[in-house]
Ligand binder design. Structure first.
Ligand SMILES: C[S@@+](CC[C@H](N)C(=O)[O-])C[C@H]1O[C@@H](n2cnc3c(N)ncnc32)[C@H](O)[C@@H]1O
Length: 263
């Protein structure tokens, strides 16, 4: 398509597109099937493939939201919670505050594991699609998502849903993979595109998800584009903070104190 006819980034529909998926519904089904197929080995694979750096990223993210988490009558939502590790990091920051914490994911198999791991922690687990959340508008002071947002079939709809369920003054934190630059970036790309899919396939016994992972990171908008999409969704004070040379990074934004929905 000639450059001048291309829609502006904020007008293009952009989202995850696993191989073979022809539309958003097929993409979402493929993503759910993929995570359900690796659920039994997900934690093991995560820790092996990230060399446990993921724990540092979850912890760092949760720490940044300590104040929001402890607001009076706060409710917090960890979206695309998978087996719950980001949710547990948030829970540790509550330090006794009576905040209601919810973990939501559309893969039942992942949620079953999250619930089992939670033990007696007071967390509610909800099976829900991030693109059509079963929560009231303005319900949450905080919405986080760790390594899940990139898998949504429509990023703008995902942002719009997060914005809708946030209360005025509420905050969002989206932690996801990035593309580091320079020499580190070159080395990392070899690891991410060749070594990681090979080990992931070997341990999980399923090849699709670990070929999809690097492809999904490549498809994901650059930090500049993501920040523009967040602004278009209505978020204020948006920022991106790289973690570990930009291998991952945290997008943050706020909903205005008196807010009308951007549409
Ligand atoms: C890579 S895992 C991340 C899990 C966890 N947050 C973590 O940091 O380990 C991505 C999760 O996003 C979930 N997910 C993807 N698309 C979703 C959607 N549209 N609605 C709800 N969950 C979704 C998947 O089922 C999967 O559990």
């Amino acid at each position: 398509m000639p450059e001048q006819n291309k829609p502006a980034p904020s007008q293009r529909i952009v989202g995850a597109a696993p191989a073979g998926a022809r539309d958003e519904a097929a993409a979402a089904d493929a993503v759910r099937d993929m995570f359900t197929s690796i659920a039994p080995r997900y934690d093991l694979l995560n820790h092996v493939l990230s060399m446990n750096i993921d724990r540092v990223w979850w912890k760092r993210t949760a720490r940044l939201f300590s104040e929001v988490l402890r607001r009076p009558n706060a409710q917090a939502l960890d979206l695309c919670c998978g087996t719950g590790d980001m949710t547990f990091a948030l829970h540790r920051r509550l330090k006794g505050a009576p905040t209601k914490l919810i973990g939501a994911d559309f893969s039942h198999a992942m949620l079953v594991r999250a619930e089992r791991k939670a033990g007696n922690r007071d967390i509610r687990w909800v099976e829900a699609d991030a693109l059509n959340l079963p929560f009231a508008s303005g319900q949450f002071q905080l919405v986080t998502s760790a390594f899940g947002f990139r898998n949504l079939a429509n990023y703008d709809r995902g942002l719009a849903e997060i914005y809708r369920v946030l209360a005025p003054n509420g905050e969002v934190g989206i932690l996801d993979f990035g593309e580091p630059q320079g020499l580190i970036g070159k080395l990392y790309r070899v690891y991410f595109r060749r070594v990681l899919p090979a080990i992931g396939t070997m341990i999980s016994g399923v090849s699709g998800p670990y070929a999809y992972l690097p492809a999904s990171v490549l498809r994901f908008p650059s930090p500049d584009e993501m920040l523009q999409r967040m602004r278009a969704a209505g978020f204020r004070q948006v920022s991106w903070t790289p973690y570990t040379f930009g291998i991952a990074g945290l997008y943050r934004g706020k909903k205005a104190a008196t807010s009308c929905n951007p549409e």
